[in-house]
Each structure stands twice: as structure tokens, then as C-alpha cells.
Ligand binder design. Structure first.
Ligand code: NA7
Length: 540
């Protein structure tokens, strides 16, 4: 009922991870009337929720931060790859600097949004009955805000402590001396296993697919001198030219794998390996993701290095198998430091779910198909996310034709420029599908896309434009481009969140823009410079 409807806004931001924080700051600077709703109890997005032992970012500190000068000048990091707790500290610092919280409602989950065509505004409802009427709905829900919990039979019957990795209790969980089980060996599982191995009384890992994890080569940093580091502006500027991080991209090998001699190839692999981080993935020979033969060669090197760290031939065969579980790099290679050494400990059991799938969860632990019950005190379910789209489609968003976003994207995701979708006017999203999300680091994609959104909203406000729609033709073309760019690579060969393939029933399709950050940025710019080509803007 209309009498419940209060507060008209220029913009409602949903979510206050890096995207929401950045947009709130930039929109306020333009004088826009903006408010943010956040499901969590504080800032941080994924870093608010993911507090499991070992949680940390796998982008290097220099580029995993927001770039306004008033932020980076006075901040410094303690590790090359900062931990989740340090990222929460960073968010506290950002709030102190920018005074963000006065425009944020925490513990406020947006559950529905409906477009009011008469007013050209969204009517947005929260779980606790708040209603606002923004002109623009800006979804800053991130790529990993909807956790995926497989429908394990009997999970509720488990008598021990159970948590999904993305909903870890704030007070932590004492693993010391406990019988701990971890289901899932993605980035979250690997990070947890690495920490839990030395602490647990016994650790049981339930692995469905071996993780082709790469050495992170973590380093402690001296926090003080970074404040004077004037290389940061250069690093930041280069991000939009396609550099993930300048030092890593300098290693990139602009040749095909077999264009060089075996000795040169080996030396090149060793150099990438020693650098660590994502170098063996993003800076490898240029055909690593398109040629099966090239990919196999890189995998063989990885397997040799990894097996050398494992004492037991059984563990070697399961963790670094003869036949690659999938081509290296087509599923997110996560970063580790001591992950493989954990499996040399006598108190660690590896259960291969491809041989013995989980039958059910029973009160005392996990029962596999052969009838074995793996007894546990603590069960960690690190089974990932309904990534890229789930954070948005879990909100009941209805466009003017009555169709929900979920029902639209259930038939295949369509967007224009990875920032908007047809039939959902005045709605934007960032760091989601059809943007460079998985193939750059978070802040790069977030700032690039958010700048576009903020400029567009500002342009609308200044020109008294009350409605923006995606042209269906532009959406068809952008979606075709996203698909075409992915078609030459080996992506389809892994069941991963990159393609929506980790969620049963979700359409399997390219969900990321793989043409590179530079091309993506140029496409954004081209549209904006041509009066928002691909969009229709209207006056009231
Ligand atoms: P991921 O990378 O999606 O990993 C999920 C893991 O859970 C993966 O090992 C899956 O095995 C496993 N999984 C999923 N469903 C099941 C069932 N039903 N039974 C057993 N095992 C299962 O999620 P993360 O949270 O680790 O990381 C997500 C991203 O966050 C990551 O890429 C970083 O960018 C940050 P599978 O491999 O599918 O066989």
C-alpha cells in the first residue's frame, strides 16, 4: 500500500562490499541522494562473511584496494596477500576516512524490488518492512554472496558443529584436537585445510576434484614505508590497460608453448613458479588456455612440482593425478603455501568422492557409499557459491512486464556491457555476469564499472532523465560477444562457477567477459561517449 511507501532517493545501493562502498562515496561526491542497505552487520561484503581459518585474498595487496588518493596514501598492508581480518580492518579505516556508515542500514536484507512505471522508480522492500523508492537500483551484491549448500541428506541430524565456509561464526570455531571434516577443495576448502591440518586432532578431506592449486608465496610486509610508495598511482593506472598487477604481467610470455626449446620452456615455467601468485596461470605461454597440448605440458610441470611435495604415492595419485582433472586454469587456480604438506601428516585422511560419494550425513559424521562413517566433531562445508548471478536473482526483482530477473536469467543470462539487462529499467549491477569479473582483480572491475554507473546516473540527474532502458538489440549483441570470446578456449572442460556449471540446474554458459580489461573498458567508454549507445534514455 502506498501509505507505507516512504523516502524517495536518487539511488539505493544494495550491498556494502568494495562496490557498494566505492559507489556510495562517488555518488555522494556528485551530490546524489543515496542510501545503502546491507544484509551483514558491518561493511566488507565477502570479507564480512568469509571468516573461516585461513581466509585471504588471492590478489596482491597493491591492487586489491580502492584507489582514491585519500585512501591509499595513509594505508599499508602487513602481507602480500592480506587476510580476511586485515581486510575488515581496511574497511573500518575506509569508513573512518569517508564517514560512510551514516548512509548505510546494516542487518537489512533487500528481499524484493518492483518497478513503478508511472513514477519511473523502484519500490524496494527489505526483510524488516522498510520500503524506499529510488530512481536507480544499484546492485552491488558481488559475485559470491549467495552460498551454495548441496542438498546433503541428513545434514540436520549432525550432532557436532557444522558451518558453511561463507557463514563462519564471528567468534571462530576451536579446531584444536578435534576431528574435523572439510567437504570441498575449492579456494575456500584449500585455505581452510591448510590452517586446520596442523590444528585438528584428525582431519578428513572430502575431495571430488583435485585442485590444481598454485604456490602463493606469501610474504610479510613492513607496514610503514608503503605510505610513501608513489608507484601506486602507476600501478592503479595500468590496471585499466589490462594489467592485473604490473610485476606479474611483466612475466607474461608472448609465445606459444612449443615455439621455444624444451630447455627454454622449463626455464620459463620455473620463473613463473618462483614468482608465485597467479603468474603460472595469467603470465604463462599465450596458448595455455586455448591449446590442449600446451595446457597438458603446463600441467605436467605442475604435477611434477606438486608430487615432489607429497610423500605417499597414494596421495600423489589423488592430489596430482596422471590425467588432469580438467585443463589447468579453466577453473580458478587457487593459491596455497602449505596445502600439499598437510597431506603428509599422519592425522590426515583424504576421501576421494569420485570413488566413494557421500551417501548421507549421520549424527556422528559423514557416511560414504561404501558404508564407512567418517566420525567428526566439526564439519565444514566449503561448497562455494551460486556465483555471479545468485546474489541478484535471490532478490525478487520484477520489471515492468511482471517478469522476474530470476525467470529471465534462468533461460540464459543476457546483459548489455555486463552492467544492465533489458526489461529492468533504471537498474545497474557491477562485478557480476558478462563483466571481466573472474579475469581481473575485484577493485579493478568494480571501479571501472562503478565509474560508468555513477557517471550515467549523474548524467541522468543533470539532464532530468528519469528512465534508462537497455536496447534489446544491444543486449543480444553483447551476449553474443561474451559467448564468442569464450568459444575458442577450454573453459567448457571444467565444471566451474565461471560457466555456472557448479550449480545443478543452472544454465551452463560463459558468464565472464574474456576479451580483457582493456577491451572491456573501451566498450564501456564507447557507449558513454556516444550518448550511452545501446541504451534508451527518457525524460519524465
Ligand atoms: P568453489 O571453488 O566453487 O569450490 C567448491 C568446492 O566444493 C569444489 O571443490 C567442489 O567440488 C565442492 N563441491 C560442490 N558441491 C559438492 C558436492 N555436492 N559434494 C562434494 N563436493 C562438492 O568455491 P570456493 O568457496 O572454494 O571458492 C569460490 C571462489 O571464491 C574462488 O574461486 C575464489 O575466486 C574466491 P568440484 O570441484 O565441483 O568437484
Amino acid at each position: 500500500p502506498t501509505d507505507n511507501i516512504h523516502r524517495e532517493l536518487d539511488v539505493l545501493i544494495v550491498g556494502t562490499g568494495l562496490s557498494g562502498v566505492y559507489q556510495l562515496y562517488q555518488m555522494r561526491k556528485r551530490g546524489l541522494d543515496v542510501l545503502a542497505f546491507e544484509d551483514g552487520g558491518d561493511l566488507g561484503g565477502v570479507w564480512y562473511w568469509n571468516r573461516y581459518p585461513g581466509a585471504r585474498v588471492d590478489s596482491q595487496h597493491s591492487i586489491y584496494q580502492l584507489t582514491p588518493e585519500e585512501l591509499w596514501k595513509d594505508w599499508s598492508w602487513s602481507e602480500r596477500f592480506p587476510a580476511s581480518s586485515e581486510l575488515r580492518e581496511y574497511f573500518r579505516y575506509v569508513d573512518e576516512k569517508l564517514d560512510l556508515k551514516r548512509d548505510i542500514h546494516f542487518n537489512t536484507r533487500v528481499v524484493a524490488a518492483e518497478f513503478d512505471e508511472g513514477a519511473n522508480r523502484w519500490i524496494v522492500r527489505t526483510h524488516d518492512g522498510k520500503i524506499v523508492r529510488p530512481r536507480i537500483l544499484s546492485l552491488c551484491t558481488g559475485f559470491a554472496s549467495k552460498k551454495y549448500l548441496p542438498p546433503f541428506k541428513g545434514l540436520d541430524s549432525f550432532k557436532g558443529v557444522y558451518h558453511h565456509s561463507a557463514q563462519w561464526p564471528h567468534g571462530g570455531v576451536d579446531l584444536r584436537g578435534k576431528r574435523v571434516g572439510v567437504i570441498g577443495t575449492g579456494a575456500s576448502g584449500v585455505q581452510i585445510i591448510q590452517e586446520a591440518g596442523p590444528e585438528a586432532g584428525h582431519l578428513t578431506v572430502f575431495q571430488r576434484t583435485a585442485n590444481i592449486a598454485l604456490p602463493m608465496r606469501q610474504k610479510k610486509l613492513d607496514r610503514s614505508p608503503q605510505k610513501l610508495d608513489d608507484t601506486f598511482p602507476n600501478i592503479f593506472a595500468l590496471r585499466f590497460e589490462g594489467c592485473l598487477d604490473r610485476s606479474i604481467m611483466q612475466l607474461y610470455i608472448p609465445h606459444n608453448t612449443f615455439d621455444v626449446s624444451a630447455e627454454e620452456r622449463r626455464a620459463a615455467y620455473e620463473k613463473l613458479w618462483d614468482y608465485g601468485a597467479a603468474a603460472f596461470w595469467v603470465s604463462n605461454f599465450k596458448d595455455i588456455l586455448t591449446s590442449e597440448e600446451a595446457n597438458n605440458e603446463a600441467y605436467a610441470f605442475w604435477r611434477e612440482k606438486t608430487r615432489a611435495r607429497l610423500n605417499d604415492p597414494g596421495m600423489q595419485a589423488k592430489l596430482a593425478p596422471d590425467i588432469p582433472p580438467h585443463p589447468i586454469g579453466v577453473k580458478r587456480p587457487c593459491l596455497e603455501d602449505t596445502y600439499f604438506e598437510v597431506y603428509n601428516q599422519p592425522n590426515v585422511t583424504l576421501v576421494d568422492l569420485s570413488e566413494q560419494p557421500i551417501d548421507e550425513i549421520v549424527p556422528s559424521g559423514v557416511k560414504t557409499a561404501d558404508g564407512t562413517v567418517h566420525e567428526l566433531d566439526v564439519l565444514v562445508v566449503a561448497t562455494g557459491f551460486d556465483a555471479l548471478t545468485g546474489g541478484m536473482t535471490q532478490i525478487d526483482i520484477k520489471g515492468p512486464n511482471g517478469k522476474t530477473l530470476k525467470s529471465k536469467w534462468d533461460e540464459g543470462v543476457k546483459t548489455n556491457l555486463g552492467v544492465a539487462t533489458a526489461d529492468f529499467p533504471n537498474m545497474f549491477f557491477v562485478y557480476g555476469p558478462h563483466g571481466p569479473t573472474a579475469f581481473t582483480n575485484g577493485p579493478t572491475a568494480i571501479e571501472m564499472q562503478s565509474d560508468w554507473v555513477v557517471n550515467c546516473v549523474d548524467h541522468m540527474k543533470r539532464n532530468d532523465l528519469s528512465r534508462i532502458d537497455v536496447e534489446p538489440k544491444a543486449e543480444t549483441e553483447w551476449t553474443a560477444l561474451v559467448h564468442e570470446l569464450s568459444s575458442g578456449a577450454l573453459w567448457k572442460r571444467a565444471k566451474s562457477w565461471y560457466m555456472g556449471a557448479n550449480i545443478p540446474g543452472k544454465p551452463v554458459e560463459p558468464l565472464n567477459f574474456t576479451g580483457g580489461v582493456n577491451m572491456y573498458n573501451n566498450e564501456l567508454k564507447r557507449s558513454a561517449e556516444n550518448d550511452y549507445e545501446g541504451f534508451v534514455l527518457r525524460k519524465s
